[in-house]
Design a binder for this molecule. Sequence first.
Ligand code: APR
Length: 233
Amino acid sequence: MLVKVVVLTGAGISAESGLATFRDADGLWQGHSIDDVATPEAFVREPATVHRFYDARRRELRSATPNPAHLALARLEQVLGDDLLVVTQNVDDLHERAGSRRVVHMHGELLSALCEGCQGRFVWDDDLAGAPACPGCGNTMLRPDVVWFGEMPYDMDLIERALLEADLFVAIGTSGAVYPAAGFVRMAALAGAKTLELNLDSSETSHLFDDSRQGPAGTIVPEWVADVQRLPR
Ligand code: APR
């Protein structure tokens, strides 16, 4: 009898939608240095380089569509309602476009712009391309509303409360290379949750999970959701 489920997703769930992961052979960190495009210091030093990196990812996202894994999680939310929370490390909007409503973006969102001057947030649509000024206060250059290395992830209190209450914790498409997300499986297990990893291959945290299924998310996530839907509620 499943009550509360927390699902953590990483770049691997969006790979079959055509979005690059970070650490696979053709990943983003093969072609870019984190220090040049994903730190607050990089944005101070070379804002144009950082904007170019995120503008390219936004263009890629506009031509991507949710894949069967995103759609399966949206179906699962139809069944579990408030008892399912998706915590994503991804900054794409594919969970939302698939129909998921209860999604926490702990690393921010590619389609959101943040003004460090007035803390205003704005939809990053096409007329914000390049290095735009803040439409709110005007005087500060907008930055991508994503969490860079060395910055605090968003919504950690909410996430930790959900992990402590979870009956089941499922990680999908993440290498387990980056904390605090990589530590969520241990937190959930210590609080008594069962843990399941759904991934293309083993990850840095595979050994911490009770169970795992390997394969492309577009195949194994719908299979897992179908199994859950057969469980007595
Ligand atoms: N189906 C399932 N899993 C897949 C697929 C797929 N089609 N393709 C790749 N994977 C798996 C890889 O095997 C790997 O374990 O997805 C994982 C992707 O790992 P990363 O590229 O490290 O992405 P992620 O775990 O999301 O990175 C975490 O690191 O750089 C930061 O902020 C960035 O949010 C990101 C964080």
